[in-house]
Design a protein around this ligand. Structure first.
Ligand SMILES: [Zn+2]
Length: 77
């Protein structure tokens, strides 16, 4: 399983993204703030999302762009 270090969009610390090819999912987890984002790598849609202070609905609204675009935008912010 490949693990990629990405910046947590919630608290900004390095978080881990695991690619799950068998499930066609990408799972981003931050152990500092309990952020979780699971997206489908085929459609880019959010499968599951959790972040302290943010509801899943809010996260989905923020992630209407394809995920790599959204993450890149956040990294530059
Ligand atoms: Zn975090």
């Amino acid at each position: 399983m490949a693990a990629i270090v990405v910046r947590c969009p919630n608290c900004g610390t390095p978080a881990q993204r695991h690619l799950l090819p068998l499930l066609a999912q990408s799972r981003t987890e931050c152990h500092r703030c309990d952020y979780l984002l699971v997206t489908c790598t085929r459609t880019g849609k959010v499968v599951e999302a959790h972040a302290p202070g943010l509801s899943a609905a809010t996260l989905r609204q923020q992630l209407t762009e394809p995920l790599p675009v959204a993450i890149a935008a956040r990294c530059h912010a």
